[in-house]
Design a protein around this ligand. Sequence first.
Ligand code: PEP
Length: 300
Amino acid sequence: MRIIKYDDIMSAKNQGRKKVVAHSASLVSPYARETALRFGIEIVENLSIKREENNMRKPFIAGNWKMNKTNRETVKLLNNLKPLVSDAGDVDIMVAPPYTSLTLAAEILTDNNIMLGAQNMHQEESSAYTGEITADMLIEAGCSWVILGHSERRKYFGCSDELVNKKLKKALSKGLNPIVCVGEQLEEREAGNTFEILRRQVTEGLKEINDPVTIAYEPVWAIGTGKTASPEQADDAHKFIREMLADIYNPEIAEDIRILYGGSVKPTNISELMAKKNIDGGLIGGASLNAESFSQIVKF
Ligand code: PEP
């Protein structure tokens, strides 16, 4: 049972949201109610937000732990998470811990409904690339997924569209399931260039690719900032990406491809996002580091 608390109201206030949605199964604490009243924030209750019925794609919630969690912390988080999501139902769940935790995580995640992914990989088979990791190493460690082209890789580690494309080709050739991240920076959105950026990232990233791949739309300005794209903004971007996928593959394949949204997703905003026609899941950073919040997102 999820409880809407004071913090939920304050984060809505800080983000300029006028509405907090409580699921039918949620409780609202008296203090949260009082605070909402004080700041003129509406609590919409007993609203069972459903995914649009014509969205047949299986929801996919993935956690990107980034540079967090030692081995000991990994054991704790996964052991807390497992029972919380064991009854999650028809949703794919994946976690991407740091490399050092992968083998251990794979052992903990045997025989349950959580899949394992990595946060990046090198595009070459093997060679003198100090500090890098190959697809084979990830597979042997137990990964079935790999995140490619995350905005932090693009920003801090020079990951270009061309490199994303090379990594993607290598991952697919090895049978790893990639999640390709795309998304515009704040200045690009403000200059009205969002779709142009997405077009470039998708076209270049998926060049000469025939296999369908999962995409994550992550507006850079929403990552780790507490600012979420509105469900409408996210859905517009997802729709645009799906139209591009229809050109790259064909309309049937594009309909089947899952496009995840990432950027300050929390238990309080996931349902509104998932209710949108083109949003098929979430790539979750901060909120995946806590078993309780990640499980609430999984059970949106
Ligand atoms: C991410 O790292 O992909 C991400 C979306 O982070 P956060 O959820 O913390 O914004």
